[in-house]
Write a new protein. Structure first.
Length: 184
């Protein structure tokens, strides 16, 4: 069910855009994202930092799009979001000497520090790739192409997440191994 909650705002945006236009799509995205965050809050009793950032960016860029009647704002939102994520992860790792991924997920996944560092680097590269891809499409293609790219571009995060799963799987200790302790 959580996967449906994650993807329904983009599905509603796509449908509203196809039925009407980018402005109705943007208003629909804003409303769907607000509902999405309400559902996440009801289920988890809190919003992660990424949820809060996403909500604020969608509301700010969506409002600018609607008030100024300029579609460029909503189209640039993903580039701003992914760039901010890449910069945040990079600064935390290389300047502050902190690994945000480990801080967020370390209680759920027990991995060696070297694996956490490589995952953090992979996220920085992935976010830069997504920011650059969106920027390229915004600059060189039509709004229709951009909307389709937003929908079908979900292949990238899915492939990235599956790739991470394959990468970390050998490093995870099974519950049996963790409870058995060292073998003599």
């Amino acid at each position: 069910m959580k996967i449906l909650i994650d993807f329904f705002p983009i599905a509603f945006f796509f449908a509203a855009y196809k039925l009407y236009d980018i402005y109705v799509g943007t208003a629909t995205l804003m409303a769907a994202t607000a509902v999405q965050m309400g559902l996440i809050l009801a289920i988890d009793r809190k919003l992660q930092t990424m949820h809060k950032i996403t909500l604020v960016l969608i509301m700010v860029f969506g409002t600018l799009t609607l008030v100024l009647h300029d579609e460029r704002f909503i189209k640039w939102k993903p580039t701003v979001l992914y760039s901010a994520m890449a910069i945040g992860l990079a600064v935390a790792l290389w300047v502050m000497q902190k690994n945000f991924l480990k801080m967020l997920l370390g209680s759920q996944l027990e991995l060696p520090d070297a694996v956490w560092r490589r995952l953090n680097l992979a996220w920085v590269v992935y976010c830069l790739f997504m920011a650059a891809s969106n920027a390229y499409v915004v600059l060189y293609f039509s709004t229709e192409f951009w909307v389709n790219f937003k929908l079908w571009g979900y292949v990238f995060p899915l492939a990235f997440i599956i790739g991470q799963g394959f990468y970390i799987a050998p490093h995870l200790r099974s519950d049996e191994t963790a409870h058995e302790g060292p073998k003599a």
